[in-house]
Design a protein around this ligand. Structure first.
Ligand SMILES: [Zn+2]
Length: 177
């Protein structure tokens, strides 16, 4: 699993390098379009996040525009993850995949793709190299860890929770709760 995890990071980094993305916020919609994916937005019910639809040469990512912008960005990155990592599936629907974000049961075959897509999304939106650079720049001005996470989340246009998990997973901080 560790090897797999490293390759997810590599895939995300490769995509960023190819597209010349060097700083946050990562333009996920442009990245999708550069991969030949059509990104469409339309409002759907709250528990639907998005979908990846492959039909021959045509690939569409459909995003629920009723959700928060940061959430939409994460969903686009998640669907790009499915596109890059999981060949073959024609239509993939994502309902509330983030419910299992933290305590996902990796032994369930159906969840493995979701965990991988989430890890890819985190790596794409919050690249380790970018974070390392930003963390080194943080001034020791007495601001709390919560404030630091909050300002990084704003800078990367991700949720505070996603940023916190990413920093924990990279070993930059200890779990907060
Ligand atoms: Zn998914």
């Amino acid at each position: 699993m560790l090897g797999k995890r490293k390759s997810l990071e590599d895939e995300a980094r490769k995509l960023l390098q190819t597209s010349g993305v060097e700083r946050p916020p990562v333009p996920v919609e442009s990245l999708a379009r550069a991969l030949g994916i059509d990104v469409r937005f339309s409002p759907a019910k709250e528990d639907v996040s998005g979908a990846l639809i492959r039909d021959g040469d045509s690939v569409v990512i459909a995003i629920n525009s009723a959700q928060h912008e940061n959430r939409q960005r994460f969903t686009i990155a998640h669907e790009i993850g499915h596109f890059v990592l999981h060949k073959g599936t024609q239509v993939h629907f994502d309902e509330d995949f983030r419910i299992n974000f933290r305590n996902a049961v990796s032994s369930e075959a159906t969840n493995v793709d979701e965990i991988e897509a989430n890890r890819f999304a985190a790596a794409l939106l919050m690249p380790e190299g970018f974070l390392r650079r930003d963390l080194l720049r943080l001034k020791p001005d007495g601001s709390t860890l919560d404030n630091a996470i909050q300002s990084l989340a704003v800078r990367y246009k991700v949720s505070t929770r996603a940023m916190e998990l990413r920093l924990v997973n990279l070993g930059f901080i200890s779990p907060v709760d």
